[in-house]
Design a protein around this ligand. Structure first.
Ligand code: HEC
Length: 212
């Protein structure tokens, strides 16, 4: 008797849940509605920000909204697009001035909204400190990315290291498809020259990053 009661209650609950689920919109509609809400929020006073809502091919691949894992073919496609996006400085020199890099690495400026308007600025900051530990002893640093303290001590400053570091900063997805590191050069946030200064900051033996 008691078992029958339990069975009917369970069945009833299952039916209610199923009915509830049936009223949810499908994935495509949910996505469309969410994108519309975001674009309405970023509208009129800041049209410059609207272009960010248009996803490029690799961002589309990386933005799958279910938990489906990236397939090998998709990861390879993202890495290929990332490599193809990389532009090098006109000077051909990948290692700039670590002192300029030091300033940039700790500068978080770039498309900030203040009082409803885009902040005026001469150049964007590197944002590195938001996510990475840099010189030893700095405490106000992020930990979204791995620590870069002692980067040059561990990897040296060969041409190959400079090239990897330049490409990694220009488009992180060339080496780690869909990672949480922004594609700083490919999205136009940093210029190739700025990136050469960041490379120097990470690999120059004189840089504070490589002091003990
Ligand atoms: C929003 C967070 C974020 C910002 C901003 C960011 N990074 Fe990263 N970075 C990451 C994450 C996460 C990883 C690890 C995943 C990967 O390799 O893409 C990473 C990895 C790296 C690596 C590879 C480390 C290795 O062991 O090979 C380097 C080099 C690097 N970042 C440098 C920088 C520099 C320089 C800046 C600033 C110009 C910067 N990052 C800005 C999140 C960030």
């Amino acid at each position: 008797m008691r078992k029958a009661w339990l069975r009917w209650t369970t069945l009833g609950a299952a039916a209610l849940i199923a009915a509830g689920c049936a009223t949810y919109p499908d994935e495509a509609t949910t996505r469309q509605r969410a994108e519309k809400m975001v674009s309405e929020d970023f509208s009129a006073p800041m049209p410059a920000l609207l272009k960010r809502l248009v996803q490029d091919k690799s961002q589309q691949i990386c933005s799958k909204i279910d938990d489906a894992k990236l397939t090998q073919a998709e990861a390879a496609e993202v890495a290929k697009l990332a490599h193809a996006s990389i532009k090098y400085p006109q000077s051909g020199k990948l290692v700039g001035d670590w002192k300029v890099g030091n300033k940039l690495a700790h500068d978080g400026a770039g498309d900030r909204i203040q009082g409803g308007k885009l902040e005026k600025r001469k150049e964007n900051g590197g944002l590195c400190q938001n996510c990475h530990a840099l010189a030893p002893g700095e405490i106000n640093v992020g930990n979204v990315g791995p620590s870069l303290t002692g980067y040059g001590l561990q990897r040296g400053n060969s041409e190959a290291t400079a090239k990897y570091t330049y490409e990694k900063i220009y488009n992180a997805w060339a080496y780690f498809p869909c990672s949480n590191m922004p594609r700083l050069g490919a999205t136009g946030h940093l210029t190739p020259e700025q990136i050469t200064h960041m490379v120097a900051y990470l690999i120059d033996p004189q840089s504070p990053v490589n002091k003990k």
